[in-house]
Ligand binder design. Sequence first.
Ligand code: NAP
Length: 550
Amino acid sequence: MPYVVTQSCCADASCVVACPVNCIHPAPGEPGFATAEMLYVDPRSCVGCGACTTACPVGAIVPDTALTPEQEPFREVNAAYYDVFPHADRTPLALVPPQRRLRRPRPVRVAVVGAGPAGLYTADELLCHPEVTVDVLDRLPTPYGLLRAGVAPDHRHTKEAERLFRAIEEQPGFRYLLGVDVGRDVTRAELDEHYDAVVWTVGASADRRLDVPGEDLPGSCSATALVGWYNGHPDHRDLEVHLDHERVVVVGNGNVALDVARVLTADPDALAATDVADHALAALRTSAVREVVVLGRRGPDQASFTTPELIGLAGLRDVDVVADLGGAEVTGEGVRARVLRELAARRPDPRGRRIVLRFLTSPVRVGGTGRVGGVEVVRNELVPDAAGVPRAKATGETELLEAGMVLRSVGYRGMPVAGLPHDPVTGTVPNDAGRVEPGTYVAGWAKRGPTGFLGTNKTCAQETVEALLDDLDAGLLDAPETRDGDLAAVLARRGVPVVDLAGWRAIDREERRRGEAAGRPRVKITDPAEAREVALRRGRRRRAVSASWR
Ligand code: NAP
């Protein structure tokens, strides 16, 4: 009974380490690991022990006997990897490297700025060393970054990575300083003074633009803002979302585009069983949207969505998913090509909701009076560039697509961090394996750009922490010499209402309590002031209880 990796694979490779027979690839360090869409179990060498399932933080690995009909294509996807990259000749090997130890052990304090997946994996790596303590700071009073505010609510397995983050938070030496804005509440120079090293894991908070007329009309916004809106991110909870028209157009066809298309056409009753933000659920319950058109400027062979996400989309039951190839051909014979051809052959039920994956089409203008009324699109053809890569070239054949909303889903973009170097082309902090300079490091999207999955951050964090430990061992990091004590005390003197781990736990409990009352897994608190109040109320109660014991 071999096991099968399914679509919610986070690629953090915990399964690779757990597997006693070395049958999950590509493994960290192997060619292709950094760019793999998912990891694959070799059905010929798998002994069915289930160790991988226990290790997987997102419940993505199932025995082949338990595959649902929608997951069935993953049996072939896993096996097909080994047709191309056979691993049968490899002997089982101990993939767990010996634990590195500090050459000159001494207490080390590290600040990690950003409590998203990259920040928490970084903290986890650092805390393998008993000499190291880690403060994780975040501007929001709640942690988990894109796991909380980016992963689509219907990807419930992926959200299970929360359990992994809870285990990281509970380690000795871990501390949260949440609700702290670096730049406003504390300066970068002060962080450098208080810590041996600072790791910036601030992600890529902005989005790329289309640069077409009408892009700023009300009703035209970034898909990333919409993702923040339905996930209850405080910055986007007041976003103006126009769901009164039958059609929404999404520009770009990466995984974010598929996420928003799915959520906008989902059955609201099914969404109610997720942690989608209350305001979004209410808006989606009265939505007039029947069709989401996802525009790819190039052909189906060049689409950015990954095969696992395409299989997940094609398997949706309550929405028709179809493809309009725009005259392009799907080449190849694998699962991906087969699914795309099957979608192109489907005819949607005109009465139902649908998602149309349309190819070889670009927007040239967003139009409307006072707000979005539609988007003018042009048909493209593919022309190879100097390196032979097929690029989109407009044919001049245009068409008007009526729509009430246009969402640009053309990638995230990293913003400059005051005091750190910035590469405006990649939107990243220039670095060498995570090192900006001794004492200053980056991990996650700020380091490598906005690509990869949740678990990609694990190997990324490992590399950065290696660089930090190299500098520590080389004596390049000065121990902090501050007279004003620990940073938490400084922030308290400044009156910054810091949320610690217990405060975050109080917010988490309150969200789950509200969820239970509404028959939902959680009702997110989207107002940071209210979240702080919930966290601090708990602190006040605790102080009152301890005073009554004195
Ligand atoms: P992405 O994968 O980089 O896709 C960007 C898309 O925008 C591409 O289709 C690109 O087309 C298109 N594009 C760029 N500029 C354009 C323009 N001017 N006009 C029209 N189209 C344009 O970005 P993303 O979807 O934001 O995803 C970011 C990362 O997060 C990815 O690594 C993704 O896999 C990951 N993610 C994963 C999941 C998941 O696993 N469920 C969910 C969400 C995000 P070209 O190819 O022609 O450039």
